[in-house]
Design a protein around this ligand. Sequence first.
Ligand code: HEM
Length: 179
Amino acid sequence: MKGIIFTEFLDIVEDSFGLEVCQEMLELANDDGVYTAVGSYDHNDLVKLIISLGKVTGISTETLQEIYGEAVFPRLYRTLPKLDKFQQDTFSFIKSVEEHIHTEVKKLYPDATPPHFDFLSETKSHMLMDYKSARCMSHVCKGLIKGCAKHFHQNVQITMEPINKKQSHVRFSIDLIME
Ligand code: HEM
């Protein structure tokens, strides 16, 4: 998994929970915390860090993944070149993640395996899509979608339905809430 995912994770943990919690988490995970944005690391090390953070803070790993996803969105967004006119709201942005952004990530870094999205149906206010990934990080995905909606100043309600037990396949139902 790309180093930027790890460096941003450590940064977000420090920002949200403080340096001490961050250090306790690293100690518990037996991790030296040395990551560079351009490196590539074992995805299981991130899972270990999230589990340790859960133990240190008493917060569920699902909630922690969501907090991380939401906080990492603007940081990933900033790494993108200028966006085109098709990326003006939450739904069009999510589609461009599947069609362009993650595709570019895979081209740039052949060892990266971002998730795959299948779009099942869409109206102006509703999107039904499947998340598929051997990484089983659907809660990070939920957080990223929340971060994306926040960026576009939209309110969303997200419901997740696991399609298999290990949650490598999860159905997302996203509703835009109009004020
Ligand atoms: C709504 C927006 C987005 C969603 C829902 C999304 C979803 C995800 C999820 C859930 C993961 C974790 C791995 C997995 O579950 O398989 C991931 C990984 C990743 N995403 Fe995205 N993403 C979004 C936007 C972006 C943006 C804007 C970038 C900018 C470059 C990006 C680049 C990456 C990279 C580099 C990885 C790590 C892949 C690897 O190393 O294997 N994503 N994405």
